[in-house]
Design a protein around this ligand. Structure first.
Ligand code: AQP
Length: 340
């Protein structure tokens, strides 16, 4: 298939902390699988990260770290476009234009905003946090993405993106492709190991909450062996909240081994929770070992990494600016240099 006949996907991760196995299973792993089939744009969404306070020095370092992790996880920079969101100013411009179209009521309904706002003091919540989904809509619509591979927590933001695109198309004529959400069958919502009723998140501060992609094997072992389970002694998938801990460990195991639910349960028939945890430690460490090796080869190669990001930004700009020009023309913004 030629590049032009391929469907496009776009996705991104915020450089807002240490990437977790949730980010890997919900996002990165499917991106790697899709790079042969789709024309792919993957960005490090630094403008999203600043919707909550960030230390400038750390933010810069994390932005490089996340880009290096994209490559270490298996994205091939010769096949996909990897770039930093803020290097393509069209994202911020289209976000503003869409902000002017977005009813406040739609934004107020977003559960991620409510969850994140609840963790902050009322007077410190930025309006950027409320507008986060509009920036995400701009990211996606600029590239006329057909599909967006994300974890389950982003489903509502994708619906919002489609609603906004439809609203624009209705007001100004067909402009945007309506993107489909692409959620993995297994691993779409990995839960916290310390609290299997809340999503594993990279900005959670506690030590026993997450498996991070750059954790040492012994740290992985420690956090998995401590994971919250139950006292039923039954190893099977389940939707029952009391059984969420075991369900989560089984899901991590299943997603990393690519087994079916039945095969996964069969593997642990007659075994105890300790065996399950040990097996999870093994598959996680077997996944992280090559990823970390590749990561350590590239993270200090600043020229190599910056070169990839510069090329990525150039390519992304061409696509994004084309869409932005069309949008500006349709809404009546005066183009520059008409008489020159
Ligand atoms: N626990 C998870 N299970 C499956 N997928 C997940 N994703 C995040 N957590 C899980 C997916 O990772 C991608 C990037 O997420 P993000 O950086 O844009 O922010 P997020 O969804 O808010 O993820 P975090 O880790 O919770 O970040 P913080 O703590 O910084 O806000 C998305 O595709 C997401 O679905």
């Amino acid at each position: 298939m030629t590049e032009n006949s391929k469907k496009r996907v776009l996705s991104g991760i915020q450089p807002s902390g240490n990437l977790t196995i949730g980010n890997y299973l919900g996002a990165l792993k499917q991106w790697v699988a899709e790079q042969e089939t789709y024309e792919c744009y993957f960005c490090v969404v630094d403008l999203h990260a600043i919707t909550v306070p960030q230390d400038p020095v750390k933010l810069r370092a994390k932005t490089r770290e996340v880009a290096a992790l994209y490559i270490a996880a298996g994205l091939d920079p010769d096949k996909v476009t990897i770039f930093v969101q803020s290097h393509v100013s069209a994202h911020a411009e289209l976000a503003w234009i869409l902000t002017c179209l977005a009813p406040m009521g739609w934004l107020n309904r977003m559960t991620q905003f409510k969850d994140k706002a609840a963790k902050q003091q009322q007077d410190t919540i930025s309006s950027g946090l409320l507008n986060y989904p509009t920036l995400m809509a701009a990211d996606i619509l600029l590239y006329q993405a057909h599909a967006v591979p994300v974890g389950d927590d982003q489903r509502q933001h994708l619906e919002y993106t489609r609603d906004l695109a439809q609203r624009f198309n209705h007001m100004y004529g067909d402009t945007f492709i309506l993107p489909e959400v692409m959620i993995p069958k297994a691993g779409a919502r990995i839960m916290g190991l310390d609290n299997p009723l809340s999503k594993m998140s990279k900005s959670e501060a506690t030590d026993s909450h997450a498996i991070y992609l750059l954790d040492t094997p012994s740290k992985v072992k420690k956090v998995v062996m401590r994971a919250v389970t139950d006292s039923l002694g039954q190893i099977s998938f389940s939707d029952i909240p009391d059984r969420a801990g075991i369900n989560n460990l089984l899901t991590i195991y299943q997603s990393l081994t690519q087994l079916s639910q039945e095969q996964t349960e069969a593997r642990f028939a007659g075994k105890g929770y300790g065996d399950l945890k040990k097996s999870v430690v093994e598959v996680v460490n077997a996944t992280l070992e090559p990823l970390q090796r590749r990561y350590s080869e590239i993270i200090d190669e600043e020229k190599y990494l910056d070169g990839i990001l510069a090329r990525g930004a150039d390519k992304a700009q061409q696509m994004a600016n084309r869409t932005l020009r069309e949008v500006k023309e349709k809404i009546g913004l005066l183009p520059t240099g008409l008489s020159s």
